[in-house]
Ligand binder design. Structure first.
Ligand SMILES: C[S@@+](CC[C@H](N)C(=O)[O-])C[C@H]1O[C@@H](n2cnc3c(N)ncnc32)[C@H](O)[C@@H]1O
Length: 278
């Protein structure tokens, strides 16, 4: 779409809104201008300099071609904190906050809790738990070195103490045992058409795909957890909208007690878990 030679804030937003939604347009302009939403609203007549106008047009074109806004602006909020995001990591989803809520509901008030976050990605779960739980000792693993670099940078930025380990699930964790294991693993079936739609197309396959039925990684995480949970410890796993029954069956096979599933804000069973009494 042809763009005018120059534009003020109001004109730039009006031009962008013909191609992308208004929320994304504002976020991209905030990024380019390094300013707040309030600033955009207060100064609609402010003319963008050439470099900013060109940069904004480029971002709008990328968004219009489908690139996720979180990758374009390089950040996403999770549990009230801002995390840096790159295409090396999954874009954190609001439903994943349910894992944090379950952890806090079960363990708030416990000091020096030992926590393991499997498949940490940008580090949202590990970092949030390290900051929300009193003196929690948090270990976070990922198989992607690029993801671990993003997570480590986020931990430094947010002042969280987390030990990051390059590991294939429990592979490099050794004999350590934890009171709490959380995981948001890949759980999409390899042939699922969702993989070729929307934001998901741009996210790392390693963060999404998990075998023919989408349950390969969850099966490993549940099956091997017995070697890494303390007596009375809990495992909470996020899963697909239609996988709660299968995940509860895996937990039952592994010998878990107090097995349950919990719904997200849309009323969908999103997390299942249990208590290890072995
Ligand atoms: C769905 S993403 C979750 C990221 C983050 N925890 C979140 O909730 O936004 C799954 C993560 O698991 C990691 N992963 C995939 N296979 C793995 C494996 N075998 N061992 C460890 N991490 C793995 C991916 O690299 C990715 O970062």
């Amino acid at each position: 779409m042809t763009a005018p030679q120059e534009a003020d804030i109001a004109a730039a937003l009006a031009w962008a809104r013909r191609q992308i939604n208004v929320v994304d347009a504002r976020l991209l302009l905030q990024r380019v201008c390094q300013c707040s939403l309030a600033h955009l609203s207060a100064w609609p007549e402010k003319v963008l300099d050439g470099a900013r106008w060109t940069a904004f047009q480029a971002l709008v074109a990328r968004r219009a071609s489908g690139e996720p806004v979180a990758y374009l602006i390089g950040e996403r909020e999770f549990y009230g904190r801002r995390f840096n995001i790159t295409p090396a990591v999954l874009i954190p989803r609001p439903e994943t906050e349910l894992l944090v809520e379950l952890a806090l509901a079960n363990f708030a008030g416990e000091s020096h809790l030992r926590v393991l976050d499997l498949g940490t990605g940008s580090g949202v779960l590990a970092i949030t738990l390290a900051l929300e739980l009193d003196h929690a000792v948090v270990t976070a693993v990922d198989r992607s070195r690029e993801a671990l670099a993003v997570a480590m940078a986020n931990a430094i930025l947010l002042g969280a103490r987390v030990s990051f380990v390059h590991s294939n699930w429990y592979g490099a964790v050794g004999a350590a045992r934890f009171q709490l294991i959380v995981a948001n693993p890949p759980y999409i079936a390899a042939a699922d058409p969702h993989l070729s739609h929307g934001d998901v197309r741009f996210e790392p396959r390693m963060a999404l795909e998990a075998g023919v039925h989408g349950l390969d990684d969850i099966a490993i995480i549940v099956g091997d957890s017995r070697h890494h949970l303390e007596h009375g410890g809990r495992l909470f796993i996020e899963h697909g909208y239609d996988q709660s029954g299968s995940v509860r069956a895996l937990l039952a096979d592994a010998g878990y007690a107090s097995i349950a599933s919990w719904t997200d804000l849309a009323g969908i069973e999103r997390v299942s878990g249990g208590r290890w009494l072995g």
